[in-house]
Design a protein around this ligand. Structure first.
Ligand code: ADP
Ligand code: MG
Ligand code: MG
Length: 476
């Protein structure tokens, strides 16, 4: 067990009960909040976003490794997004069998043919890692995935350090309290959006947050909205329905929604098939992509974040092509890769199938989906892979080595849940933000982090999926 908060302290039921009360109030005071399941579209009823009672131990070296590689991941995503031939080749097999990816790809092709209206690119991503305990030597981070679309919790993560510092002080652990790092994710993400807005160059134009119909995680987004307003940048929340009803492009391809010109579309919705309830929603997406507004992400950057692209990047020599001028960078990125295996038809894909069938517990089978709860493990992996192994259907998936981090102990605070100590797994996310105008990279930064922790009995799922909770690293 990694050095963290002593087990003895977590086992003191009376103290834990007292601390949990203090913690929940601290979370509410600092804005670590969510709307409730029952009333996702009203702030009359809010609760704390689920979080750990204590920060979880994370080795300093691994944490710094993840932070240091982030600017290179930003560059990588940006370069992939500009390489239409690479995207076409990487996604060709997937597009043949996965209707959702195919639909996105079609939008990409339409925009390519028409020509991109806007030279400004805004990328906000979050690269997620687990600490692999299998690797020999000091613990190293292994990437789970990179999210280039609607990577969330940068807002609330910025509010967490004050909550954990306070809990630790009340728990009599003043020294540990001083070890909790600040987290500038909200400010950094907002700075990048603000930069893109300025480059668009119209004071009246708004930053449009394209949001879900059910808005439980609104406070995370409000953190960014309010940062923008404090810079006197106007923001508006709109849904796909709003864009369908009132959106249009003027002859210069300027996007107007609800009568207002849109400088930046910041997508917080649109990454799942069920986000597109109708043809109108797809038409709205295409309208935004064709427009002069800066999209975060644009369709190419969306596709660059697919799991299939992640798998292709792990093949020998691919990463190196994206960094011809910087020898060490590809190695630095590759050091964070877990094993990734193609399921393309042919001998290589057949070998992946055999590997997974022989040891299903060592692998994860991943479709091209986001938002948690879509991957297959163990018996499910075995069943599905048996079903699809002889057909094209297997092209919808990639195979990934299962990363096995060392468990840590913590107490997960969520509404109406008992206060029990559980064995947990942590996932470290690192936020990257970049802005490019034509050939000029105007900003490329690592802006903050997110630690999410879940009980080790759950294989999959994030905070929004109701499995993981917000945490803070306690470096050692
Ligand atoms: P999503 O886009 O749905 O978040 P992820 O690839 O992040 O998809 O997978 C969801 C969750 O499944 C992760 O947060 C992690 O808990 C678990 N997971 C994914 N890949 C692996 C892996 N290779 N090893 C262990 N756990 C994994
Ligand atoms: Mg994802
Ligand atoms: Mg994920």
């Amino acid at each position: 067990m990694a050095p963290g908060i002593p087990h003895q302290l977590m086992a003191d039921a009376a103290l834990v009960e007292e601390l949990a009360g203090v913690a929940k109030d601290a979370a509410l005071l600092h804005g670590v909040q969510m709307r409730t399941q029952e009333s996702p579209n009203s702030s009359e009823l809010v609760t704390y976003a689920p979080f750990t009672l204590f920060p979880s131990p994370v080795p300093r070296g691994a944490f710094q490794q993840a932070l240091a590689v982030q600017v290179h991941y930003n560059t990588l995503v940006d370069r992939i997004s500009q390489d239409a031939d690479f995207l076409q080749a990487a996604l060709a097999s997937t597009v043949g069998v996965d209707a959702f990816t195919a639909r996105l790809f079609k939008i990409h092709q339409q925009v390519l043919e028409e020509g991109t209206a806007q030279p400004v690119v805004l990328g906000l991503n979050r690269s997620d890692y687990m600490l692999d305990q299998k690797s020999s030597g000091p613990p190293a981070v292994k990437q789970v995935e990179i999210n280039t679309f609607a990577a969330s919790f940068g807002g609330l993560a910025s509010r967490m350090p004050d909550v954990h510092r306070h809990i630790l002080k009340v728990a009599g652990r003043l020294e540990d309290s001083g070890r909790i790092l600040d987290n500038g994710s909200a400010g950094g993400l907002a700075k990048a959006i603000a930069t893109a807005w300025e480059l668009y160059g119209s004071e009246r134009a708004v930053v449009m947050f394209l949001v879900e119909d059910r808005q439980r995680n609104i406070f995370d987004q409000r953190c960014l909205e309010n940062q923008l307003w404090s810079r006197n940048i106007p923001t508006k929340r709109r849904t796909f329905g709003d864009v369908s009803k009132t959106g249009f492009l003027n002859p210069d391809k300027k996007l107007f929604v609800g009568g207002q010109e849109v400088a930046v579309v910041y997508f917080r919705n649109g990454y799942m098939p069920q986000n597109y309830q109708s043809e109108e929603a797809w038409e709205a997406r295409l309208l935004m992509e064709r427009s002069l507004a800066v999209k975060c992400p644009d369709i190419r950057t969306h596709l660059a974040g697919t799991k299939k692209v992640q798998q292709v990047l792990a093949q020998p020599g691919v990463l190196e092509k994206f960094f011809p001028e910087q020898a060490g960078v590809a190695e630095q990125i590759r050091a964070t890769f877990a094993g990734l295996y193609t399921l393309d038809l042919g001998p290589e894909g057949d070998r992946s199938v055999d590997l997974a069938l022989a040891a299903p517990d060592n692998f994860v089978l991943k479709p091209q989906r986001e938002g948690g709860g879509n991957n297959l493990y163990g018996a499910d992996l075995l069943r599905v892979l048996q079903e699809v192994k002889g057909s094209e259907e297997r092209l919808a998936y990639i195979l990934m080595e299962k990363i096995t981090p060392a468990p840590v102990h913590n107490i997960l605070l969520r509404r109406d849940a008992p206060l029990t100590v559980s064995a947990c797994l942590c996932e470290l996310g690192v936020f990257g933000a970049y802005v490019r105008k034509g050939a000029d990279v105007v900003m490329n930064e690592c802006v903050g982090h997110l630690l999410r922790t879940k009980s080790s009995e759950h294989a999959d799922g994030g905070v929004a999926a109701g499995v993981a909770v917000l945490d803070d690293p306690l470096l050692f």
